[in-house]
Ligand binder design. Structure first.
Ligand SMILES: *Cc1c(COP(=O)(O)O)cnc(C)c1O
Length: 322
């Protein structure tokens, strides 16, 4: 039996029209909507809250007193796990890639503010992070604690349930929805939307976090839907990864400025900036068309902008001193 979710966020999130951004992309003024999942509330908001409601719900059901999770140094998921732990009075250890550096900005500043302890794992891959997290859990147990390990990005079939709920909100808010566009990282967000809306109505823009993101989406979504989810039928774009997860590309820098200067909406350089660059490419190649209803799912990530030096520099481009 699936343990119940623990309420952490503020739902449903708003769905707002984006007519100026639509026109800039080559869509009609009523074609484009933004699902404000950056406004989920707790800890600065973002998509990880919906997944944490389920994964932390399971941790509480097991009697956990400390949350442990893994991620990149600027992980939004790690920041929101820390906020969830604070809200619930739990301990939290974040196992992060890299070493303690000069910069404590962006998400790292908030991790500290929420009282999280950070275990630096060095320049390791996900298997290395998982091994470090297992070591942290063993140490906590030796200290008499009851740790619960939240998976990378909070993703899995359990976390994806949170995004099936988002898909249901979208169905009620915009029944004519043709395409929901999202950044595809660890896969749980896309998996939940696919479970609720069907493979054909979700466009995932890969950010380069996984070697085979479609396989993750298939694995997480399959238990949640009667549809036979197969990789070939998923709509996944892999043209926005660029030089890798942490690198800023010119299309992404342009997407950050475009959203900010047409709608006053702040995107981030790793996820939502790539998602908008991918939507722009999809309009150009005809896979998203004028006259159809498109939803851009804003999954949050604002603190990551301040943790990304190249993005901060690119933000000002084209502005003049008055
Ligand atoms: C993690 C994240 C995503 C991707 O979600 P996944 O479920 O990991 O695929 C998208 N946007 C932001 C801002 C994120 O932090």
């Amino acid at each position: 039996m699936t343990p119940p979710p623990v309420p952490l966020g503020t739902f449903p999130t708003p769905l707002e029209p984006a007519p100026r951004l639509a026109a800039a992309l080559g869509l009609g003024p009523e074609d484009l909507w933004i699902k404000r999942d950056d406004l989920t509330g707790l800890g600065g908001g973002g998509n990880k809250i919906r997944k944490l409601e389920w994964t932390v719900g399971a941790a509480l059901a097991e009697g956990a007193d400390t949350l442990v999770t893994t991620g990149a140094a600027q992980s939004n998921h790690a920041r929101l796990t820390a906020a969830a732990a604070a809200r619930l009075g739990l301990g939290v250890v974040l196992v992060l890639r890299g070493a303690p550096g000069a910069s404590r900005s962006g998400n790292l500043a908030l991790d500290g503010l929420f009282g999280a302890r950070v275990a630096w794992a060095g320049e390791v891959d996900q298997a290395g992070l998982d091994a470090a997290a297992a070591g942290v859990c063993a140490r906590l147990r030796a200290d008499g604690k009851r740790p619960a390990l939240i998976p990378f990005g909070g993703s899995g079939t359990l976390g994806a349930r949170g995004y099936a709920r988002c898909g249901e909100e979208l169905r009620a808010q915009l029944p004519e929805l043709r395409t929901a566009v999202i950044a595809l990282g660890s896969g749980g967000t896309m998996a939940g939307l696919v479970a609720a809306l069907g493979s054909g109505r979700v466009l995932g823009v890969d950010v380069g976090a996984l070697a085979d993101p479609a396989a993750a989406v298939v694995a997480f979504a399959t238990p949640l839907t009667s549809e036979e989810v197969v990789a070939e039928r998923l709509r996944v774009r892999r043209d926005q990864v660029g030089a890798g997860y942490a690198a800023l590309t010119e299309p992404v820098a342009g997407a950050l400025r475009l959203a900010a200067r047409t709608e006053g909406i702040v995107l981030d350089p790793t996820y939502t900036g790539r998602a908008l660059a991918g939507l722009s490419a999809a309009v150009r190649d005809g896979s998203v068309r004028p006259g159809e209803k498109t939803v851009f799912v804003h999954t949050g990530g604002l603190p990551g902008l301040f943790g990304h030096a190249a993005a901060v520099t690119a933000a000002e481009e084209g502005t003049e001193v008055f």
